[in-house]
Design a protein around this ligand. Sequence first.
Ligand code: ZN
Length: 298
Amino acid sequence: MRKGFSEWIDTLIRTGIIERYDISEKAYLRVSGPVRFVIPGDKIRELMRQYESQTEKGGFLVAKHCTKNGQSVLTVTEVVFIENISPNPQDSYQFHMQHAKVAVENAFSSQQFPVIFHTHPTKANSFLQEIKEYSDQINTSEPDQVAAASNPYLTRHGRLLLPEALIVCPGSAMNGIFVGLYGGLIAPLDFKKQKHKLLYNSLLNTTLKTLSFINNPKDAAIASGIGLSLATFLKQLSPVNKRRVGEGIQLLPLLSYAYEGDPKYFAMSAGKKLTIDLPKPGGKDLDKQAFFIDNNFG
Ligand SMILES: [Zn+2]
């Protein structure tokens, strides 16, 4: 066992920073909510710099815990990239096991949490396609969800599960980043429930407002159409407006402001500090992952 690891885990349990969560009468550990997850600006910029729009990358966001004004906070202190050994790196991430093990040991021996992350690529042959790719890629895949349930860390009190992070930059030519946290028995496995309306509305509103198409009644009607998919929206645009949308996506980082006040499970940033608040977990959101975990370890 790692030096000081057990004592550290004991302290985290005693102080309520992590807590026990039972599945089929077996003990697991999770980070207690509510907890704030912070990625400082320099780490955000490092992730943006390293992002590749054609290949999945990944590794660990090493996070240190502290309590600030009574609030539980995890702050990323280091980004560790681990080589992707997947035979299909354009659409899957599989880390080099031995390198990952070393990174986990290093994180725990400095009393920090190794939060696994991976990216989704958004490369396409046009700006319009990239908007669509971005919109499609900012969610976890089924394999992501299964994997999130299969990476716990052994402690003498049970297996510790941590949330994982999904990172997506909007296309090859843009400046901005999406970070979402899922799993860890604290967050849902996907962002569907939180994402869709919020994202489409912000995306459309921001793009449309910025480009002032809203003067055109037809496009305004399209924009306000509830439940209309982005693909459908794009199809209906006139060629001139298509080009404008293409130009407009360069302004997507503006979206980060649309999320202020509601950064729950995911957030966007144009290069500044990013904050995600994970509320106290509960309800049906955990059922699916409890099932996956029980299948793996029950
Ligand atoms: Zn994925």
